[in-house]
Structures are given as structure tokens and as C-alpha cells.
Design a protein around this ligand. Structure first.
Ligand code: F6R
Length: 260
């Protein structure tokens, strides 16, 4: 696991965009997360698209998850969110931005079809991940099998509380979601997990230094061969090995575009 620590979320976003850029240039299949954390990275990618000609025209994308019970047209659906935050501002074809249907009448069929669509696309080349304060990745809540596949899941009360900020009240937060499984996510060829802010410090520590455990779904990244964890100082604050991670990191020149 590669651990990269920067002072601020803006600096983290620079590194994330630079890690993603070579993949985008080759028309990779991107795995996209929603939530607040990736937004500075998305803004930097939009800037590179507008100012530096970074083209997404040959890319396709798969979202990690979707609230179950929200139609795509709802402004807080992840279908709508990713368009608002990223894909409507770049040159990726809208039909190449795939997501789970939160209004699917038959969720079992929906998740099967989604797995098949990812497979038909040749798999995800590089997957962006955030992390929940309870250690979830996508909406794989604690106790999710580390080999789980895409499925319908009940959101943890902590996730409902954390995500209430996107809705008028916590009563409006859906209690269920369709989510790629941990086993599904682990098949992506590269993973980039971004964690910023003090609220993520405990989860970041459990992910990096805790035991491999379904109690912290993100700890599954310890088993991935190409996983990079990008943290700001606040999210890295509880790491016991902080000095080591900082010492071993900078073989990638700061501010340059690097390929993994
Ligand atoms: C969303 C997703 C979630 C979020 C996580 C953190 O697609 O996969 O796992 O990444 O809940 O959310 P934020 O970034 O809003 O703190």
C-alpha cells in the first residue's frame, strides 16, 4: 500500500489528479466515487480539461454506488451528483457514465446486470474511493464480507447521520443503497482512496494500521497490489507510523505527472 500525505485537501487533489491523468490519457475505464471527498480532485480534473486539454473522450466510467429508492432525477442521487460535480464539465460521453439504478424494481437483477456491465467493459482500470467515518468503502458497511459482490445493503445509522447534510433532514436520507461489493472493488486494477479532514482520522488508521477485518471494510485495501491512500495531515493525524510513511514516500517528484 502506497501512503501519500499532503498538508491540505487541495494538495491531495493535485496528487490524485496527477495519478489519474495518465490513465485518462489512455482512455481508461474509471471507477468514480461520490460524496464530498473527491470533489477537489474532480475540480482539478475539470481545470486540466479546460486549461490543458485533458480529454476524457475515450474514457468510460462506473459509479460505486447509488441510494436505493431515489430516482436518477433526484438531485441527491449519485447519478445526478456525478454529472453535477464532474461529468457534465468534461468531454466524456454521457452514455459512457454508468451507475446503478436506484429506482430498479428488481434490485437483484440490477446488481447482476451491473457486475456484467463492468466485466463487459474489461473491468475498472483505476478506482477512486472515499472512506466513511465507520470505515466503509462504497456503501459496504462494517461486517460486509470482504469478498462481497454488488448488492442491496442497509445503510449504517452513522452513514445516515453523516449523509444527512446533503438532505433537508435525516428522515429524507434513504436507508438502503445498491453498492459494488468489496470483492468487486478489489478487482479494479488500481485503487486510489482519498481521506481528508479530522473526521476520517480514526477510519484512516483502521484502514492502514488496523487488522484486516470486515469491521473496517476499507482494510481490504491491504490485500490489493496497487492501492494508494492519499491523506491530508488531519486525516493522517492518528497514524502510528506517520514518520515512516512520510520518510518512505517521496520517490515521486512533487508537482509532476507520474504514472503508476
Ligand atoms: C460514495 C461512496 C462513499 C463515500 C464515503 C465518504 O460514492 O462510495 O463510500 O466515499 O461515504 O463520503 P464523504 O466523501 O462525503 O465523506
Amino acid at each position: 500500500m502506497e501512503i501519500i500525505i499532503r498538508h491540505t485537501p487541495a494538495e491531495v487533489a493535485q496528487v490524485a489528479a496527477s495519478l489519474l491523468e495518465p490513465f485518462i490519457r489512455t482512455g481508461a475505464t474509471l471507477g468514480l466515487a461520490t460524496g464530498s471527498t473527491p470533489n477537489p480532485t474532480y475540480q482539478e480534473l475539470i481545470r486540466r480539461h479546460r486549461e490543458e486539454g485533458l480529454s476524457f473522450a475515450k474514457c468510460r466510467a462506473f459509479l460505486l454506488d447509488e441510494y436505493y429508492g431515489l430516482p436518477a432525477s433526484h438531485e441527491q442521487s449519485y447519478h445526478a451528483t456525478i454529472r453535477r460535480e464532474l461529468t457534465h464539465h468534461i468531454d466524456i460521453a454521457d452514455e459512457n457514465v454508468h451507475s446503478l439504478d436506484g429506482a430498479a424494481v428488481d434490485p437483484a437483477q440490477e446488481v447482476e446486470d451491473y457486475e456484467e456491465a463492468i466485466e463487459d467493459a474489461g473491468g475498472v482500470d483505476i478506482q477512486i474511493l472515499g472512506i466513511g467515518t465507520n470505515g466503509h468503502i462504497a456503501f459496504n458497511e462494517p461486517t460486509s464480507s470482504l469478498r462481497s459482490r454488488t448488492r442491496l445493503i442497509t445503510l449504517h445509522p452513522r452513514t445516515v447521520a453523516d449523509n444527512a447534510r446533503f438532505f433537508d433532514s435525516s428522515d429524507e436520507v434513504p436507508r438502503h443503497a445498491l453498492t459494488q461489493g468489496i470483492g468487486t472493488i478489489m478487482e479494479a486494477r488500481h485503487l486510489i482512496l482519498i481521506a481528508t479532514g479530522p473526521a476520517k482520522a480514526d477510519a484512516a488508521r483502521a484502514l492502514i494500521e488496523g487488522p484486516l477485518s470486515a469491521s473496517c471494510p476499507a482494510s481490504a485495501l491491504q490485500l490489493h497490489n496497487n492501492a494508494t491512500v492519499l491523506l491530508d495531515e488531519a486525516a493522517a493525524a492518528n497514524l502510528e507510523g506517520l514518520a515512516y510513511y512520510k520518510a518512505k514516500e517521496p520517490y515521486w517528484p512533487v508537482g509532476e505527472t507520474y504514472s503508476c
